[in-house]
Design a protein around this ligand. Structure first.
Ligand SMILES: Nc1ncnc2c1ncn2[C@@H]1O[C@H](COP(=O)(O)OP(=O)(O)OP(=O)(O)O)[C@@H](O)[C@H]1O
Ligand SMILES: [Mg+2]
Length: 264
């Protein structure tokens, strides 16, 4: 059974001329890393947010969304809360938006564990401090007392990843989760995600504009354009033999660095 399965997913927002998503089919299995790539505005974030029903209330959604075989569109509030707090971890594209500017970041990091999973404050702190450390954040204890405006975008991005992983979700929706990070930190985060996939079958929907990263990290990659999935293949195949002209165009747009010896 798939961890998440989208069937003919169509999303329309009142006022928008055409649907934002048009018949999207996508599947992520347990322990599988599926990349979602495509130009800005193609519908990648909308696809991810629809899985946890975090679209604006003006959005009309049709089609099928199943997580662990359960129909998400038919979920009552309690089941939906459970889905968002235990089953699916979400790393939104704009990390700063996840935080309450009036509260220290520690509140955000331990909130799910303490409120929804009823962990003690001490245990929750210990868990998130360990993950913050793994995500390359120095002096995590002190950082928990800082406010979002005191921290850089890259730090906030790592905090959001640590918070999403703290509850040990089955599925992680990672929307440009490593985009604001330097390559060393990015490699550290990718290593953590790979380990969680290996050790406990974490499934990941990995949204990125970084095609070489998608090729290296993902098992399968889906390419979106104007609200549709135009191609989906095993990562290696997609990059070696793109089927659609659009994918070939995207690949051609990636700058290739010349080798030292090739320079004039
Ligand atoms: N709340 C909204 N109201 C109206 N239109 C929206 C809303 N949210 C998204 N859209 C539109 O839906 C389309 C898809 O947006 P989405 O954010 O999913 O794209 P994306 O592929 O994630 O782009 P990016 O790479 O820039 O993050 C865009 O044309 C966007 O303008
Ligand atoms: Mg987006």
């Amino acid at each position: 059974m798939s961890l998440v399965e989208l069937g003919d997913l169509t999303v329309t927002i009142a006022g928008a001329a055409s649907p934002i998503l048009r018949g999207v089919d996508l599947r992520v299995g347990a322990g599988e890393i599926v990349g979602l790539v495509g130009e800005s505005g193609s519908g990648k974030s909308t696809t991810a947010l629809s899985i946890v029903r975090m679209l604006p209330s003006s959005a009309a959604v049709s089609g099928r969304i199943a997580v662990d075989g359960r129909d998400v569109l038919g979920m009552k509030p309690a089941a939906l809360r459970e889905l968002r707090t235990r089953t699916v971890g979400v790393v939104q594209q704009e990390p700063r938006a996840a935080f309450n500017p009036l509260r220290p970041v520690g509140y955000f990091l331990t909130e799910q564990l303490c409120t929804n999973l009823r962990w003690s404050a001490q245990d929750a702190r210990a868990r998130v401090v360990g993950l913050m450390h793994e995500c390359g954040l120095r002096e995590p204890e002190r950082m928990l007392a800082r406010y979002p405006h005191e921290l850089s975008g890259g730090m906030l991005q790592r905090l959001v990843i640590a918070a999403a992983l703290a509850v040990e979700p089955e599925l992680l929706l990672a929307d440009e989760a490593t985009s604001a990070l330097d390559v060393t930190t990015q490699a550290e985060i990718i290593a953590i995600l790979s380990r969680m996939r290996r050790e406990r079958g974490l499934g990941i929907l990995f949204i990125t504009h970084d095609l070489p990263l998608a090729a290296a990290f993902c098992d399968r990659v889906a390419v979106m354009r104007a609200g549709e999935v135009v191609e989906e293949q095993a990562a290696r195949e997609l990059f070696a033999h793109p089927e659609s002209a659009y994918t070939a165009e995207l690949l051609a747009a990636v700058p290739v660095l010349e080798e030292e010896g090739e320079r004039a």
